[in-house]
Design a protein around this ligand. Structure first.
Ligand code: DQA
Length: 146
């Protein structure tokens, strides 16, 4: 089984980016943690971060050809803007969980709308980096139950 973790724009700056909102954990820490969790379950895990909408769309399209079973994505700023990235998920029909480090409902009004939530399996927000671990727990249980 294969799981893909996607990170949208500015998440490469995690650790130094508004730490009062996003915490001090880096993307490398998050990846290492998830990679160990997946390896223990015997599942292949790949992570990809891009600051470019088209790069993320290309990665979602490629995921179908690669037989990726499940995606965990933090679309970051594209959450609130990207019809095109949403359309890519609708096209490939790979189940996914939407993760946000911060509680997007407790912030500016423009963060309350997501182009992804209604087509996601589920949404986790406000739990910081541990949200990714919980999403992966779910994905592993779901894949190993097949
Ligand atoms: C975010 C929330 C988004 O509103 C924001 O644009 C981000 C990060 C989060 O993880 O809390 O870049 O997705």
């Amino acid at each position: 089984a294969k799981i893909l973790v996607l990170h949208g724009p500015n998440l490469n700056l995690l650790g130094t980016r508004e730490p009062e909102i996003y915490g001090s954990t880096t993307l490398a820490d998050i990846h290492a943690d998830m990679a160990a969790q997946a390896q223990a379950a015997g599942v292949q895990l790949e992570s990809f971060q891009s600051n470019h909408e088209g790069g993320l769309i290309d990665r979602v399209q490629a995921a179908r050809d690669e037989g990726v079973d499940f995606i965990i994505i933090n679309p970051a700023g594209y959450t609130h803007t990207s019809v095109a990235l949403r359309d890519a998920f609708a096209a490939v029909k790979i189940p996914f969980i939407e993760v946000h480090l911060s509680n997007v409902h407790a912030r500016e009004a423009f963060r309350r709308h997501s182009y992804f939530s209604d087509i996601a399996v589920g949404v986790i927000c406000g739990l910081g980096a541990s949200g990714y671990r919980m999403a992966l727990d779910y994905a592993l249980a779901r894949l190993l139950a097949r």
